[in-house]
Ligand binder design. Structure first.
Ligand code: SF4
Length: 438
């Protein structure tokens, strides 16, 4: 089933949707199911990318927070950072339970690389629960052997390709109208606009927090936060050069991703690692193109139409297809959003998404030290700029292009399949091994 706008854009905490938000959600579900069970010990086993980069991505603390019943949307980010990474015991609903965390970097269950297994043993030594989850990107979690837990929804426009999306959008007048009609099948229509405004507001607040914060990001790299200093530079007199807008866009994207890297509150768009691109392009549209609140809502809907399609047909997970699935998808979504706000036809909007995605194909995920910092933060600044360029280019054409959005998504999927695991959020290749250890 196509992902909802409010599944793609969810308020959560940094630094990673797949490695922080997803594991917290899975742990919370396990904890909830064990509420009245006589649990004596709990073992969590992380596989693949979660085992390799989980520490840098805060997976360990996220698991503990989830077991304590915390939800990524409401948890205090500072409280998560204050948790012990792997405590000897965790308190499950008033009961002190022995706790182990195993990292298995080789082998593991077949399927998505972000597998995590929870094994709970009772007072009498019997296994009370043995559940395997996959964190498939964007905070989405699936459980092996358990069907999609979302209630089935009869979507009026259940498009299965960009071509079908285009046909629906042509019939309704816009890409955003297709998503709006689908969302109306999920919630009362009058709730849609306020909910979209709340998402846009949360994105904007993440920019503002990022612009105000200074200091050094967590982790061994000692990366200094740059947004506040860049803001002072750009706001100084005489800085309005020919690329002024591009500089602001880069700053806004970096502000969000520094906030994400610090474990702060951001909105997945569609993931944490790529969370800066859409907020930056939204603010660009409002600051430099005269877009208003209504336009912001339509932009989110258009972006969501593209994001849902990419998630359905390929992946938005860096651990599955590399950074093309995170920053590439975010840029495609933002390009579609901007083209929609600037009055593009449905063909131009989807062409904008295609151009942005096409020029991220093959991009690997190689975070240094397993942290969502380098190259991730700057990558959002560059991705946001590319999204704007793609939208502008598409708006100069008639929507026809040698490469269709369907072809670009399929190329991304195949490229991801061919990509060596070293380049899929394992920190075993690329920049992660090319930069001397600090
Ligand atoms: S390199 Fe890209 S995919 Fe990998 S963690 Fe950073 S933003 Fe996410």
């Amino acid at each position: 089933m196509l992902a909802s706008t409010f599944e793609l854009f969810r308020v959560g905490i940094g630094p990673s949707s797949s490695h922080t938000v997803g594991p917290m959600r899975a742990a919370r579900r396990v904890s909830e199911a064990l509420r009245d069970a006589p649990v004596r010990e709990l073992r969590v086993v992380l596989h693949g990318s979660l085992a390799l980069t989980g520490r840098g991505h805060g997976t360990d603390r996220a698991l503990v927070a989830g077991l304590l019943g915390e939800d990524p949307e409401t948890v205090d980010p500072a409280a998560v950072l204050a948790l012990e990474r792997v405590p000897a015991t965790v308190r499950l609903h008033g009961r002190e339970v022995a706790y182990w965390l195993d990292l298995q970097t080789r082998g593991g269950p077949v399927g998505h690389p972000n597998a995590m297994r929870f094994v709970a043993v009772g007072d009498d030594g019997a296994v009370l629960a043995d559940r395997t989850f996959r964190s498939i990107g964007g905070g989405f979690v699936t459980e092996d052997g358990v069907p999609d837990e979302r209630a089935p929804v009869d979507l009026p426009h259940a498009y299965a390709s960009a071509a079908e999306l285009l046909a629906c959008a042509d019939a309704l007048g816009s890409v955003s109208a297709v998503t709006a009609a689908n969302e109306a099948a999920r919630r009362p229509a009058e709730e849609l606009e306020p909910a979209l405004r709340a998402i846009a507001r949360a994105m904007d607040e993440a920019i503002e927090r990022g612009l105000r914060a200074e200091g050094v990001l967590p982790g061994p790299l000692g990366v200094r936060r740059r947004a506040a200093r860049l803001l002072a530079d750009l706001a100084a007199p005489g800085q309005d050069g020919p690329l002024e807008a591009l500089e602001w866009v880069g700053l806004w994207a970096m502000a969000v991703n520094e906030e994400n890297a610090a474990g702060g509150r951001i909105v997945t768009a569609p993931t944490n690692g790529a969370a800066g691109i859409l907020p930056a392009v939204l603010r660009y549209a409002q600051t430099f193109e005269g877009a208003g609140d209504d336009d912001a809502a339509r932009m989110l809907l258009a972006a969501s139409a593209v994001g849902a399609l990419i998630k359905d047909k390929a992946s938005i997970s860096g651990a599955e297809v590399g950074c093309q699935g995170e920053v590439g998808s975010a840029a495609a979504m933002a390009a579609a959003a901007l083209a929609e706000a600037l009055g593009g036809t449905p063909a131009q909007v989807l062409n904008a998404a295609e151009i942005a995605l096409e020029h991220h194909l093959g991009m690997t995920c190689d975070p240094i030290a397993g942290l969502v910092q380098v190259p991730c933060i700057e990558r959002n600044a560059i991705g946001a700029g590319k999204a704007i360029a793609a939208a502008k280019l598409a708006l100069r054409g008639d929507g026809r292009h040698v490469v269709s959005l369907d072809s670009a998504i399929e190329a991304m999927r195949r490229t991801g399949l061919d990509m060596n695991d070293k380049y899929k959020e394992t920190s075993r290749g690329g920049l992660a091994v090319s930069v001397p250890a600090c």
